[in-house]
Ligand binder design. Structure first.
Ligand code: SF4
Length: 463
């Protein structure tokens, strides 16, 4: 039996920081998502293994509360989540945890380790960096200090390792294990598009098959989970009394051969209500209909910019025609649509950013997530700044909300980009037509409460 300790440190000022391996960020609203990488780790465990989970951010713990919990822990292996967004604070907590649990192997996880320099730096301070949490041999990793320390699947233990050796871009089939959802049903986790407060996060494919150079997910080669295991997971979630799902894929449905049978079975046997990230390039009307029949009420689409030409320079092939078709179909099906935008991409002028914002205002959508450009580790944005002389540790603490400022680009200062973003948020959400649309689509008092709290927080966070 292995005793596993999953630890997320508190965040400065109780900010809702999400520490995902592809990107960390501060919540733009009231939402706080479940930690999908730590959930995946629980799916790699044997039935007899024990898990203790501490989330200092979700539970808004003070430093003293958090450290007193750490002082009472005992276990065989620690997984510690870290982020680029609050790196300095997380790094300090890592030291506090290490000094208290000095004899236990400690593995870290977080977006900053998409950067090779950051990996090299942290490897001297821990037993490894988890980069693919669906394939861990946890018992062996717990014995790292006796058995020589790796290599282990899904873990960096040496700085020159690469994802999956020479096959980094090929699809991989991963983990048939089922995450222990009961551990993650804390009320502090909130999903912004949910119709029910209690929700569970499910992943069908980890990583992304696309290669947009400004995105951290492009660093994670896609790994697909077996459909049978996902269906078993859904039965487990149902038994926990959960009706709402968040399919946290980067591009749900890219692998149709696996996804279509899953959706058909969901439509036949389950009654979940759910949301997901997908991509308009793969969302045909038939596929959206299948998703809707299986209970999908909200799709999140990455628009990023209104300029197809500019997107191509970042290896993103996205067409507005396909986007508009997907949005029209989703509207016909009475689904909700969230569109994501990035403001301040390299080469964008004020007029380019304003065009993207005007485009967002014209689209018949329900939510818009306006993100300021961030030098996420491992992306072309971060690499370019490093080539100009920055160290990865000069580029920490930025996030897509702009709380700690913004890097700017050659046409716009960071403050100008943040001001454009804040104006876009107010313009989008405070239109009477938009408020009426949202009210019409609200399906219950619980749904109204979730929506109201999100909306108040989104607007409240705009300076
Ligand atoms: S499709 Fe989306 S998630 Fe995938 S690499 Fe591009 S921006 Fe990232």
């Amino acid at each position: 039996m292995t005793r596993v300790l999953l630890i997320i440190p508190p965040s400065p000022d109780n900010r809702h920081i999400a520490r995902f391996s592809f990107q960390s960020y501060e919540s733009k609203g009231n939402y706080h998502l479940q930690p999908k990488e730590l959930m995946a780790i629980t799916g790699c465990l044997a039935e007899k293994d024990e898990v203790t989970f501490i989330d200092g951010t979700c539970d808004k713990q003070s430093e003293a509360e958090f450290l007193s919990k750490i002082d009472r822990l005992d276990g065989d292996i620690v997984f510690f989540s870290m982020s680029n967004t609050v790196w300095k604070s997380d790094y300090r907590y890592l030291h506090e945890v290490k000094s208290r649990l000095a004899d236990i192997p400690i593995y870290v996880q977080g977006d900053i380790f998409l950067d090779k320099d950051a990996r090299e730096f942290i490897l001297s301070e821990c037993d490894g960096v988890v980069f693919y949490p669906y394939m861990l041999e946890v018992a062996e990793m717990a014995g790292a200090r006796q058995n020589g320390g790796g290599p282990y699947p899904g873990v960096y233990t040496a700085s020159d390792q690469t994802f999956f050796g020479h096959h980094s871009n090929r699809l991989h089939h991963i983990s048939s294990g089922i995450p222990r959802h009961d551990i993650f049903l804390k009320s502090g986790y909130r999903f912004p598009f949910a119709k029910h407060k209690k929700f569970a996060t499910v992943v069908t494919t980890y990583g992304c098959p696309f290669v947009c150079s400004y995105c951290g997910s492009a660093n994670l080669p896609p790994g697909i989970r077996p459909t049978g295991s996902i269906l078993e997971e859904l039965r487990h979630i149902e038994a926990l009394g959960v009706k709402e799902l968040w399919f946290y894929d980067s591009t749900f449905g890219f692998y149709k051969k696996e996804t279509v049978p899953l959706l058909e079975e969901m439509a036949r046997r389950h009654n979940f209500s759910w949301s997901t990230f997908t991509n308009h390039q793969i969302c045909t009307p038939d596929f959206l209909k299948l998703m809707n029949d299986a209970g999908c009420h909200t799709v999140i689409l990455g628009v990023d910019s209104a300029s197809e030409k500019n997107l191509k320079t970042f290896r993103r092939n996205s067409t507005l025609t396909k986007l508009e078709l997907a949005i029209a179909t989703a509207n016909d099906l009475k689904m909700n649509i969230c569109a994501d935008f990035i403001l301040g991409l390299e080469n964008e002028t004020r007029s380019d950013v304003e065009k993207t914002i005007s485009y967002a205002l014209k689209l018949p959508i329900d939510y818009a997530s306006f993100n300021v450009i961030v030098p996420t580790p491992g992306t072309s944005v971060s690499e370019k700044l490093k080539q100009q002389g920055a160290s990865i540790f000069d580029l920490v603490n930025f996030d897509s909300l702009g709380k700690a400022g913004n890097i700017g680009n050659k046409h716009l200062s960071g403050d100008e980009i943040i001001a454009l973003r804040n104006r876009a948020v107010k313009k989008f959400y405070l239109r009477p037509r938009h408020l009426a649309r949202r009210l019409m689509k609200t399906t219950s008092f619980e749904h109204f409460q979730i929506q109201f709290e999100e909306m108040a927080a989104i607007v409240g966070k705009v300076r």
